[in-house]
Design a protein around this ligand. Structure first.
Ligand SMILES: Cc1ncc(COP(=O)(O)O)c(C=O)c1O
Length: 414
C-alpha cells in the first residue's frame, strides 16, 4: 500500500461490510464476477489534486484520473467553487429554457475549435449517438439516403446499441446480437482498406484519432490526413470521436490539431466537466442538420454540468494545461523508454500522445503490474492482459512523474 497518511479533512468511517460480497448482492454484475473483486478492490473516499485516499487511510498517486476524466485532478478549488455556486443558484431547468452556463460553455467550445454548432449530451456514448444520427440525417439530405458509418476495428465508441455496433470489437457486441445495421469496420491505420470500404451507402467515417480502449494507439499523420482527403473526394463526413483524446489530453486542446486535420463532427465527454457527467456533439455548419424535434435530452446541458464544464475548459486554457500535458507526457514517455531499455522490465512498446500512455509488455503481466503499483500507492489501469494505460490529470507535476516512474520501475521488474 501507499504511504499511510491522514487524508485532508474528515474522512468517512470505513465501510465495514465485505464489499465484494455486497457487490454480488446489490449490483448487476458488469464490473466484477459474483464474489470477485473489481479491477481495484479498494474503496475511495476522498481526493485532492493528484491524490486519492481509501477508507483505510491509504494514499494513492492517481495516474488514471477516472480514466481521463479528472483533468484538473481531484476536487480542484476552481471546479468546486463553480459547482458550489451553481448548485446553490440553479441546478436544472430542462431545455425548454435558455440558461447562461449552457450558452457560455457552448460559446467557449466553439470559439476554441473549428466547429460551428453544439448539442450537449450526458455521456460519450450519447455524443456519438448524436453524431451517428447527424450522419444519417445528412446522408438522407445530401447523399441519396446513404446511412452507413465506417469505423475502425479495435475502436471504442460506447455501450448503447448504436455505439456498440459502431465499436469495432465483437466482444462488446456478441451478447446483444443482432447489431443495428449500418456499420462497417476496417483495420485502423490502413488507408487502402478504408478506401475500399466506401460505397454509395456510406455517409460518414468515424474514428478515434488515437485508439484509447485498445491501449493508446495513435493514428499516423498520413492516415488521418488521407482519410480527410478521402472524405473530401467522396463527399463523406469525417466524425472524430475525441471523447478520450480531447480536453488537452494529447498536448493540444483537441487531438485533431496535432494532425492538421479538421473534422466535420467532433464528439466530447470524459474530461469536459472534470468529473460531472456531460458530453457534446459539435458540428460544422454544413453537418449540423438537426431541426426541432430531431433530437433531445432531459438532463443534457443543464446549468450545473455546464457551469462545471465552463470552469474546466477555462482553466485548461488559462493555465495552458495542454502545454503541461506535452511537457509532462514527454517526461513520462522518456522515463518509460529508459525503463524499456532494461531487459528485465519486459516492455515491448511505449505508445504516447501527450499525457496519455500505453505500455505494452512482452508477456501477460499487466494485472500483476497494476496490483503491485496499487500496493505501492500508484493507480493505473490495464486495457488488456499485456497493456497498462496511464491518463493522469493534466495538472501533474515533474515530481509526480518522477514518483510514478520510480514506483512503476520497481513494479515491472521481477
Ligand atoms: C473514445 C471513446 N468514445 C466513447 C466512449 C464512451 O463514453 P461514455 O462511457 O461516457 O459513454 C469512450 C469511453 O471510454 C471512449 O473512450
Amino acid at each position: 500500500m501507499g504511504t499511510s497518511t491522514d487524508p485532508p479533512g474528515p474522512s468517512p468511517a470505513p465501510f465495514r461490510q465485505d464489499i465484494p460480497s455486497l457487490e454480488g448482492e446489490i449490483y448487476m454484475q458488469t464490473f466484477a464476477a459474483p464474489g470477485a473483486p473489481r479491477q481495484n478492490p479498494i474503496t475511495l473516499v476522498r481526493g485532492e489534486g493528484m491524490r486519492v485516499w481509501d477508507d483505510q487511510g491509504h494514499e494513492y498517486l492517481d495516474f488514471l484520473g477516472g480514466i481521463a476524466v479528472n483533468v484538473l485532478g481531484h476536487c480542484p478549488p476552481v471546479l468546486v467553487k463553480a459547482i458550489q455556486e451553481q448548485v446553490a443558484t440553479l441546478i436544472h431547468t430542462s431545455n425548454l429554457y435558455y440558461t447562461v452556463p449552457q450558452l457560455e460553455l457552448g460559446k467557449l467550445l466553439l470559439d476554441h475549435s473549428v466547429l460551428d454548432k453544439v448539442f450537449f449530451t450526458n455521456s460519450g456514448a450519447e455524443a456519438n449517438e448524436a453524431a451517428i444520427k447527424l450522419a444519417r440525417k445528412w446522408g438522407r439530405l445530401h447523399r441519396n439516403g446513404a446511412y452507413e458509418v465506417i469505423t475502425a476495428l479495435n475502436s471504442f465508441h460506447g455501450r448503447t446499441l448504436a455505439t456498440v455496433a459502431a465499436t469495432g470489437n465483437r466482444h462488446y457486441q456478441e451478447p446483444f446480437d443482432p447489431m443495428p445495421a449500418g456499420f462497417t469496420h476496417v483495420p485502423f491505420n490502413d488507408l487502402e482498406a478504408m478506401r475500399a470500404a466506401v460505397t454509395d451507402r456510406t455517409a460518414a467515417i468515424m474514428l478515434e484519432p488515437i485508439l484509447g480502449e485498445a491501449g493508446v494507439i495513435p493514428a499516423t499523420r498520413d492516415y488521418l490526413q488521407g482519410v480527410r482527403r478521402l472524405c473530401d473526394e467522396q463527399g463523406l463526413l469525417l466524425i472524430l470521436d475525441e471523447v478520450q483524446s480531447g480536453m488537452g489530453r494529447t498536448g493540444t486542446l483537441w487531438a485533431y490539431e496535432g494532425y492538421g486535420v479538421e473534422p466535420d463532427i467532433m464528439t466530447l465527454a470524459k474530461g469536459l466537466a472534470g468529473g460531472l457527467p456531460i458530453g457534446a456533439c459539435l458540428a460544422k455548419e454544413h453537418a449540423a442538420v438537426f431541426v426541432p424535434g430531431d433530437h433531445g435530452s432531459t438532463f443534457a446541458g443543464n446549468p450545473l454540468v455546464c457551469a462545471a464544464g465552463r470552469a474546466v475548459l477555462q482553466e485548461i486554457l488559462d493555465q495552458d494545461l495542454a502545454g503541461n500535458a506535452r511537457t509532462m507526457g514527454g517526461r513520462i514517455a522518456a522515463g518509460l523508454r529508459e525503463l524499456q531499455s532494461e531487459a528485465d522490465a519486459g516492455i515491448k512498446e511505449v505508445r504516447a500522445a501527450g499525457l496519455w500512455t500505453g505500455v505494452e509488455f512482452e508477456t501477460e503481466k499487466a494485472t500483476d503490474v497494476l496490483n503491485r503499483c496499487r500496493e505501492a500507492g500508484v493507480l493505473v489501469n490495464k486495457t488488456s492482459g499485456s497493456a497498462i494505460r496511464l491518463a493522469p490529470p493534466l495538472i501533474v507535476t515533474a515530481e509526480d512523474c518522477d514518483q510514478f516512474l520510480d514506483v512503476f520501475g520497481r513494479c515491472v521488474t521481477p
